[in-house]
Each structure stands twice: as C-alpha cells, then as structure tokens.
Design a protein around this ligand. Structure first.
Ligand code: PMP
Length: 364
C-alpha cells in the first residue's frame, strides 16, 4: 500500500485514518449484516439506525436544542445559496448580506433572484483581507435575515465570533461550510446554519442544515417539493434517497470528533495546528506575507505568499516533493493556502512549519 502524505486540500479534504479504516470493513459488511453500508436500503433498519445516531451525535456535539431541525440534504452549500432565500425571503422582504469573500458574493447573487437585498458590510476593498469590525456592520431597517460566511475558505479569514445580532425579528443565517464543528458554537444565536460536509465533517455529498423549527414552517412562496425545507424536516431527511454513504461517513467523523474532546477539544487542537504555521511564517523575518490581517486569520485556511510568483511556484513544487500536497493558493489570491481542517494532523502543520523555515533560508 502507498504511504499517505500530508493533504492540505481545501475540500474535499483529509479524513481521519481511523474513520477510513472502519469504513473499509463496513463497505463489505456493515455491522455483521452481510451487506455493505452503501448497499443497504435507506428504508431498512441498519441505515435508519445510522441516521438516528448521526443526528443524535450532531445534537450532542454542538448542543443543538430541540427547537432546531437537522436536515441532511444534497446539492452542496451552493444549493443553500438559493434554498435559503427561496424558502425564507418573501419578494417584498429584504435580506442583509455581509460580504467577506467570493462565497458570500455568490450567496448574495442568488438571494437577488427572490427578494430585496442589502449589503450590511463588505471588505472587498483590499481583496477581502479582513473581517469587518462590529461598528462597520450596518443592517437595513427590518431585514428578514442577515447572512454571513463564518470562514472564508479562499481568503483565509474567519469571524472570531458572530457578527452583531440583526435587528428585531431578523435571524442570523450562516454558511459554515469551512469551519463547522471546528470550535464550539452557540446555535441559539442563529436561525439557520448550513455546511457542505466535505471539509470538516466527512466526504462530499451531504449538506448539513441546522434550522430553527419555526423557520421550517415559514414558506415565503410556492416551491417544488424537493426545495421545501418542511419536506425534508417532516420525513427526517428521508423523503427521497439520501446520500447514505456520505451520511454514514459523517457519523464516523462525528464519533471521531467526540473522541478529540468534542468541539472544545477540536478548537484547542485546531488552534495549535494553525498557530504552528502562523508562527513559522512570522519567524521568517518578512520573507512570507499572510493574506489575512491580524485578528481575522482563519484557523482552517492559512493563506500566504513568498516575495514573488516564481518563488511561490517553486514552493508548491518543492513542498510536493517533500510529501505535502494541495498547497497552491486559489487563483483569486495567489500564493499558497494550507487548509488544516479538523482531521488534518498536527504532524502535518509541524512538517510545513519546518519546510517554511528551510525554504526561506534557502531562498531569502
Ligand atoms: N461556501 C464556502 C465557505 C465554501 O468553502 C464552499 C466550497 N469550497 C462553498 C460554499 C460551496 O460549497 P459546495 O461545493 O458544497 O456547493
């Protein structure tokens, strides 16, 4: 068998080895049933048991109260960009969006198809290097909801905590695709949280939606059955065939997160992993520049560059030769990006830290 290398991919991303090993066996024979997990009917007892456990583990990990429904949907976070306003934004209502990167821009674009929108804050100037300060967030008079992106995968910025609460009856909606369950969160502050699983929760194919139950019932317009949140809430995400294998793997990842000390333990580990890299970047006497400003730096995606695009290219090439994959930055930022999601091992951050110092010494 070939050896595993350090995978810094922004998503789909590294998964815990213990999860992959357990899944190997379950693919052939799930829990002694003689049938592999991907071959079980979603209506049968074995998969129903998986589904129940996954939901219970999500609730326990993130302390999700009973007045929130959990939905396991398909179509990725990109589908939530329009499913949120389609269900919740009436044509004469206003939705506020805080723009901190390309993903928030894409979410805003879809909301415009359904109702009025207002940009409550943006840090586009300077290519999204930072998260807005609380006093820069200007909500409209009575928005239906305020939407933000908790971690900006491409730019490597992350909200240290939620933006200010929106006015009166408005709820907070969050795209948490790239930092869900990477640290404790207070679900009660939100009306809705959504995330594709493929960074912190498992493989691609399932999108977790945590939604307050009163919002499930609030239908802004007639929609096809599959697009309605209440369709999936009523049937426990089993209205149609769910992505069974992805949900099963998400369950194993949740169990693994519990073993790391839950979300608080996860945060401690994630902080160590990210700080190991940030400290190495700072230690190189200005050779590297971080894209994200101090106070906005992500614990999930570390974005940085060397003094020149030529050296960036050499960095990517040599890091690959040293057993580190996926460090090339997104084209809209350039440079490098190290994605160190939940399952990324501390040893990988340490390997990158030494490589950073060595590379700077040789090329500085
Ligand atoms: N939001 C964020 C913050 C993301 O990082 C991504 C994917 N990289 C998306 C949305 C889009 O997710 P999907 O591919 O699951 O539609």
């Amino acid at each position: 068998m070939s050896e595993r290398i350090f995978n810094f991919s922004a998503g789909p991303a590294v998964m815990p080895v213990s999860v992959l090993e357990e899944a190997q066996g379950a693919l052939l024979d799930f829990a002694g049933t003689g049938i592999g997990i991907a071959e079980h009917s979603h209506r049968g007892g074995p998969f129903e048991g998986v589904m129940k456990q996954v939901e219970a583990d999500c609730r326990a990990l993130a302390e999700i109260p009973d007045d929130y429904a959990l939905l396991f949907l398909q179509g990725g976070a990109s589908t939530q960009f329009f499913q949120v306003p389609a269900n919740l934004l009436p044509a004469d209502g206003t939705a506020d969006y805080i723009l901190t990167g390309s993903w928030s821009e894409k979410a805003l674009k879809e909301a415009k198809l359904y109702g009025k929108t207002h940009v409550a804050a943006t840090t586009a100037e300077g290519n999204y290097r930072r998260i807005p300060r609380a006093d820069e967030v200007r909500y409209s008079a009575s928005p239906v909801y305020a939407h933000f992106t908790s971690n900006n995968t491409i730019f490597g910025t992350q909200w240290p905590s939620e933006p200010p609460a929106p006015p009166a009856a408005a709820f907070l909606a969050c795209d948490a695709s790239s930092d869900i369950f990477s640290r404790p969160l207070d679900v009660k502050r939100y009306g809705l949280i959504y995330a594709g699983a493929q960074k912190n929760l498992g493989p691609a194919g399932v999108t977790l939606v945590i939604i307050r139950r009163d919002l499930v019932e609030r239908r802004a317009r007639e929609l096809p059955t599959m697009l309605r949140y209440d369709t999936h809430a009523k049937d426990g995400s089993l209205y149609n065939t769910p992505p069974t294998l992805s949900i099963y793997l998400m369950g194993l990842v949740l169990k693994w997160i519990r073993g790391q000390g839950g979300l608080a333990g996860m945060e401690t580990l994630n902080r160590r992993k990210a700080e190991t890299i940030y400290q190495a970047l700072e230690a190189c006497g200005g050779f590297y520049q971080c894209h994200a400003g101090e106070g906005s730096r992500s614990l999930m995606n570390v974005t940085f560059r060397t003094p020149s695009p030529e050296l960036d290219a050499r960095f990517v090439k040599e890091s690959e030769q040293a057993g580190m994959s996926g460090l090339k930055g997104h084209r809209s930022v350039g440079g490098m990006r190290a994605s160190v999601y939940n399952a990324f091992p501390l040893g990988g951050s340490e390997a990158l830290a030494s490589f950073l110092k060595d590379f700077a010494k040789r090329n500085g």
